[in-house]
Ligand binder design. Structure first.
Ligand code: BMA
Length: 327
């Protein structure tokens, strides 16, 4: 059998640490987690659920920084190595096309992706309730706002890295105004990043760690076996929600068709920094870097709504695990 491969450019300097000899985990944690403390900025309470990409041979990203008034904001940041980050002390001042949508009541859980000629940013945007905010940048200095993709209430807008069937494509998770006790992943297409339609159901909660709601995580990864989507799942315990993550393989041409999906999680709250924080028991992935040449995948996830952490996996092992342990 040929080994599964990822598409895209090689990334020889991907942040990486080999699996410890004592571990047999398919996805393992960085030994120096967390990589970003909540108080990195003079005014930050917590920095988590954030998105990173390669930028000019180095790294850049958009970070969820909740400030000490506990306002949810997104900031840009840069890094030489993907591990040590310089994050702008002020939130991104988006250039807006329309004063009606310019006030950003709150912004959280950003994702970033390079598509064709620029980096697009999506986030959960406060506009009469949570919806999917959109924008783009060429240089991580100037950011332009686009129209919100959907009506409220929606969260976890995650773009695909290229057009599908001639259209831009995005996952989202329709929700409510609060701490939504339900949630399915849907897929939508747009000819212009402005008007979204052709909505398709992707997946619903299915028991155990993913019994309450599910939401797409990092930008989906194109592989020879289909789209590899890491996604978070939520379980409702006596003490509230617990966020873990698993993965699914989706059809390349019809990404709303789920071929395989993990029954066990890949990573769930276990370490102190995942179990203790502003929201205990949360592992929430929002970005992944990939090196197709070596098969390495590096996942950035928020821990306990307080700090940012890293986990690692090999594409062939992750895909094998998803297939062997599918619902
Ligand atoms: C979700 C979002 C995430 C957060 C999670 C756990 O609804 O608000 O930003 O990590 O809850 O609190």
């Amino acid at each position: 059998m040929t080994q599964p491969t990822m598409l895209g450019p090689a990334l020889p300097n991907i942040p990486w640490e080999d699996r410890p000899a004592s571990s047999s985990e398919v996805v393992w944690r960085y030994s120096l987690n967390p990589i970003i403390p909540g108080n990195l900025l003079p005014n930050s309470n917590s920095i988590f659920n954030s998105a990173v990409v390669t930028y000019q041979g180095k790294y850049a990203g958009v970070f969820r920084c909740d400030n000490r008034a506990r306002e949810m904001r997104i900031h840009s940041g840069r890094s030489e190595d993907g591990l040590t980050w310089q994050i702008e002390p002020e939130p991104i001042p988006f250039v807006s096309p329309d004063p009606e949508i310019a006030p950003l009541e709150y912004c959280y859980d950003p994702r970033v992706v390079w598509i064709e000629d620029r980096y697009y940013v999506s986030w959960c945007n406060g506009y009469h309730g949570p919806t999917i905010g959109m924008g783009y940048t060429y240089d991580f200095n100037t950011f332009y706002q686009l129209e919100n993709a959907f009506l409220p209430y929606n969260r976890n807008g995650v773009l695909f890295p290229h057009k599908i069937n001639g259209n831009f494509a995005m996952f989202s998770r329709p929700s409510d105004t609060g701490h939504t006790p339900f949630g399915d992943i849907f897929y939508s297409e747009s000819p212009d990043m402005n008007y979204w339609g052709k909505h398709r159901f992707v997946m619903a909660p299915r028991g155990g760690w993913q019994s309450t709601k599910v939401g797409a995580g990092p930008i989906p990864i194109e592989t020879s076996e289909g789209w590899l989507m890491f996604y978070h799942g939520v379980l409702t315990s006596c003490n509230g929600f617990e966020y873990s993550f698993g993965a699914a393989l989706l059809d390349l041409d019809k990404p709303w068709k789920v071929m395989y999906r993990t029954q066990p999680y890949l990573l769930a709250p276990r370490e102190l920094y995942e179990r203790v924080g502003d929201t205990p028991n949360v592992c929430f992935p929002c970005a992944a870097l990939t090196d197709p040449a070596s098969g390495r995948i590096t996942i950035y996830y928020g821990a306990a709504d307080t700090v940012t952490s890293l986990a690692f996996g090999m594409v062939d092992e992750v895909i094998d695990f998803v297939k062997r342990n599918s619902l």
